[in-house]
Design a protein around this ligand. Structure first.
Ligand code: T1G
Length: 659
């Protein structure tokens, strides 16, 4: 059958009397203007030709439709609007079935919802991720999804923006069936539908539901919203679907969508979306092929090493974990197995998946066993001599092509690399703890790292499903350098008149899950204390130095592990401790500082300024490549609220407002 072309991205062929329409708009078949006009033209064609029995809509490549074209946001709207296309599909006189070959997201899911039948291919996924972009679905998703799968499930899906796989989609009634050849199955369904009145989603009644269950589903979503508007609005709209007619519901949805689309929250989340796609792209590396990494070794399988091992195992790698003794190796195996078991208990993996991971795990006390590794990551005690000795030893054992990565947080990886005969194979991989959960990895491009080693490290981190951010060598890399800067500012404010609880409350009101002093208590105060003692001799005596943390440590207040730190924890609950307040007062008195009240606004303003100043310095020094990279580090490593876009985005917004 000859191909019929409706626009640059939409074409069709006749099959079994139907028109099989394919959207081909790489990379993700976003609903650009020519896709919308192409779909309209295909529908016109099917109306004009009485012999056409109906339409099957599918996508070329691995995506069905990735949603509205986010790059069109902020540009003048172009006809036809997506909601018109969708309305036309739903009310079409002939059956329209979609063959969902890959992800149907946002507007793509809304197209699917309006079809009269939905067949999912094996790689299909459905989701309305709009809240992750600070908006609500804008083409009927909030009104049609509850009609199809009920209010509770719709609140969950739209309120969290999560994606469901094929089996869940079928169980929910979102997909009518699944097939290895979804186009063939869609053509079969089309024939069956032709004999009956068409099921038009928008005309269905929302199934009645218990009000208490709705409130519970709503509460769950709102608990995660942390000050974001989009999830709140999304839930309101889903609930409205059960109370008003389709037309009114759609109008309400449209108004909300337009309002949120123009909000700072949405601009911030779009910035994060594009920053994530840009991260890990390094100029000049596009043409460099990464080395093959199938077997990785982790040296030191403590909390960090075990987390890295679990992450690599669940991504399909073979893992060798090296410990110093047989007993320690056995403990490491137990620790890794326990973490995998936890994943099974949480429902994120099944027992077969765990067994498969364990089968790919080798634990050993023999360094010689690492010869088969393509990449070795050290996660031993953060001591320069220990790491240099280890790298020297590994350098003598490993094959020349093996990549050596250090997970150091504060040491100089160039010095560690210098312990090897070939520093070009050394790279930094700074994971965040717990490494099997945290997405961020700072990939440290050391002075002598070879381009293909850097490319391999980036590919490996992406394979783990994590977010790589490239940075140059500096003490603490991007994240901990910024952390030190705002920690310093927070401690200045203690001397100036604030107490830890006020500073933490300002952080939390801004959207951080936890304030900095609570974070310090959780992480433990001793590592920073040891660093301060190391640096004492070289510290500029004229620079302002706050001694309160030292006094805390000297008093044995090392954080939660020791039962108390910046706070007391009676019954595990974080509580202001008058003893700490007295220590702060004494420190102020010792420096003759008269304390003054500091507002939450000033606190957050000073903290943000500290972050931005340090971020600006990192960019000027060439340690970070893009402001967006700094924002991603702060969001994914330190709890900066994503819907605020990160410190650099916030600063840019402030500048834009002034100009
Ligand atoms: N619009 C424009 N560009 C997009 C895009 C989109 N919707 N989605 C992805 N891209 C670009 C991305 O920037 C990157 O570009 C390339 O495609 C590959 O992306 C009316 C209002 C589909 C699961 O939120 O989740 O519909 O870096 O690396 O890992 O209600 O992309 O190559 O230049 O992520 O294979 C809702 C977002 C929109 C989906 C594919 N849709 N996308 O993952 O590739 S709002 C979304 C994704 C909406 C309606 C509303 C993923 C993906 P570059 P990638 P991937």
């Amino acid at each position: 059958m000859p191909e019929i072309r409706f626009s640059q991205s939409v074409s069709a062929r006749r099959e079994q009397g139907a028109l099989v329409v394919t959207i081909d708009n790489p990379p993700v078949n976003a609903l650009s203007a020519h896709v919308r006009s192409g779909l309209m033209a295909a529908l016109d064609h099917a109306t004009d030709l009485p012999t056409i029995t109906g339409l099957v809509i599918t996508g070329a490549g691995s995506t069905f439709i990735g949603g509205a074209d986010i790059k069109e946001f902020g540009k003048p709207p172009m006809e036809p609007m997506l909601s018109e296309v969708i309305d036309r599909i739903e009310t079409f006189e002939k059956p329209v079935v979609c063959s969902v070959n890959g992800s149907a997201l946002g507007g793509g899911c809304e197209v699917a919802l309006a079809c009269h039948g939905r067949i999912a291919g094996e790689k299909a996924a459905f989701g309305l991720p709009e809240v992750k972009l600070g908006i609500v679905p804008g083409a009927g998703g909030t009104q049609r999804l509850p009609r199809l799968i009920g209010t509770i499930a719709a609140i969950d899906l739209i309120g969290t923006g999560r994606t469901v796989n094929v089996s869940e989609a079928v169980a929910l009634g979102l997909a009518d069936g699944t097939a290895a050849d979804p186009v063939a199955a869609a053509l079969t369904l089309l024939r069956e539908l032709g004999a009956k009145p068409l099921r038009r989603t928008g005309l269905m009644a929302v199934p009645t539901v218990d009000a208490a269950a709705v409130s519970a589903a709503e509460a769950k979503v709102l608990a995660r919203a942390r000050g974001q508007s989009a999830p709140v609005e999304a839930v309101r709209l889903v609930k409205a679907a059960g109370q008003v007619d389709l037309k009114q519901g759609l109008a309400e949805e449209r108004g909300t969508f337009l309002r949120l689309r123009d909000s700072v929250e949405s601009a911030a989340l779009r910035h994060v979306f594009f920053a994530e796609r840009a991260a890990g792209k390094v100029e000049g590396l596009e043409t460099v092929s990464p080395r093959r990494i199938q077997t990785i070794a982790v040296v030191g399988a403590g909390l960090m090493g075990a987390g890295i091992a679990v992450s690599a195992l669940t991504s399909g790698c073979r893992v060798i974990a090296l410990e110093q003794t047989k007993e320690a190796a056995a403990d490491a195996r137990a620790r890794i197995a326990e973490t995998l078991d936890k994943t099974v208990r949480s429902g994120r993996m099944d027992a077969d998946g765990r067994d498969d991971c364990i089968a790919r795990l080798q634990t050993t006390a023999e360094a010689a066993d690492l010869v088969t590794a393509d990449l070795v990551i050290e996660a031993v005690f953060d001591d320069l001599q220990v790491k240099m000795d280890l790298f020297r030893r590994l350098d003598g054992i490993l094959a020349p092509g093996t990549i050596l990565a250090t997970n150091t947080s504060y040491l100089d990886p160039d010095v560690i690399a210098a312990a090897t005969t070939d520093p070009s194979r050394v790279v930094g991989l700074h994971f965040f703890s717990p490494a099997n959960v945290m997405r961020l990895v700072e990939v440290v491009d050391c002075a002598k790292t070879a381009p293909d080693v850097l490319a391999s490290a980036l590919a490996f981190v992406k394979r783990l499903g994590k977010l790589p951010v490239v940075c140059g060598v500096t003490e603490g890399f991007i994240g901990n350098r910024i952390f030190s800067a705002y920690r310093r500012e927070a401690e200045f404010m203690l001397e100036d008149g604030a107490v830890p609880d006020e500073i933490d409350a300002a952080f939390e009101a801004y959207g951080f899950p936890m304030g900095i002093f609570a974070v310090n208590d959780m992480a433990g105060l001793e590592i920073a204390w040891a660093r301060r003692k190391r640096q004492a001799a070289t510290r500029d005596p004229a620079a302002r130095y706050v001694e309160i943390a030292d006094r805390l440590c000297e008093a044995g207040r090392l954080g939660r592990k020791s039962g108390r730190g910046w706070y007391a924890y009676p019954n595990g609950e974080r509580t202001v401790d008058p003893e700490v307040t007295a220590m702060i007062k004494a420190a102020r008195a010792a420096k003759n500082i008269t304390p003054r009240a500091i507002t939450a606004e000033e606190i957050m303003g000073r903290l943000l300024k500290a972050m931005v100043d340090e971020g600006t310095a990192l960019l000027a020094e060439g340690i970070a490549a893009r402001p967006g990279d700094i924002d991603l580090v702060m969001i994914n490593g330190y709890g900066f609220p994503a819907h605020k876009g990160g410190p650099m985005f916030t600063a840019q917004q402030g500048k834009d407002l002034k100009s």
